[in-house]
Design a binder for this molecule. Sequence first.
Ligand code: MG
Length: 231
Amino acid sequence: MPAIKALSLDLDDTLWPIWPIIERAETALHEFLLVHAPATAAQFPIPAMRHVREQIAQAHPELAHDFTAQRKLSLQHAFRLSGESEALVDPAFDAFFRARNDVTLYEDCLPALERLAARFPLIALTNGNADLQRTGIGHFFLGCVSARDIGHAKPHAPIFEATRRRLDLDAAQILHVGDDPWLDVQGAHGAGFRSAWINRTEAVWPADIAAAHVTVTDLTQLADWLEENAA
Ligand SMILES: [Mg+2]
C-alpha cells in the first residue's frame, strides 16, 4: 500500500449534521417569503415548498448533482403559481443559502481539522452545495470539489478523478473520508481511493459492499489513526 499523501473529506454529516441546517435554511427562506412574497408564503408553507422541490428533482434528473439549480427552479415554479415576481428567485435563494452555510460543526471537527491540515493537504469533496469559504473552515482546505461544478455526483468516478487531478497524486495515495457507505466508501473504492468511514451513529455496515479501509466514530479517532498508521 502506498503512503497516504492527502485526504478528501465529505462535508454534510461528516463535518456537520445537515438536517438541522436544512431546517433552519428552510425557515429562513420562509421568513423571507413572508416579508417579500406573502402570497407565495401563504400558498407554500415549508412542507409544501419541500414537496415542490421533490417534484422538481424528480422532473429534472439532469439536475440531480445540482441542489442550487433545483432550489432556484423550485422557487421560480412557486412564484409563477402564486403570481409573484420571479425576480425574487435570487434574493430568496440568498436567504436560504446564508442559513445553509451557517453550519454548526460537530464538536470534534475543528481540533481534528487542525491536526489533519497540519499533516496533509485536505480537499472537500461534496455532493451538496455548501460554500466552504462561507462556512468559516475554508482555510483548512486546498479547495472544494463539488458535484455542481463537476457535473457528476458521488459515487461516480469523475468527481473523484477531478479530486485526484487537483491533488496531483495517485488515487491510492488519497484517503477519502465520509459518512455514507455508498456515496463515500463505495465511490472512493470505485475510483481507486482509500477510504475512511465516519460512523457517528453506530450504524451497521451494509453487507453487500466492501468494507472501508478504516472505520472511526469521529474525526478525532481518524486523526489518531493517521498518526499511528500513516507515518
Ligand atoms: Mg455526507
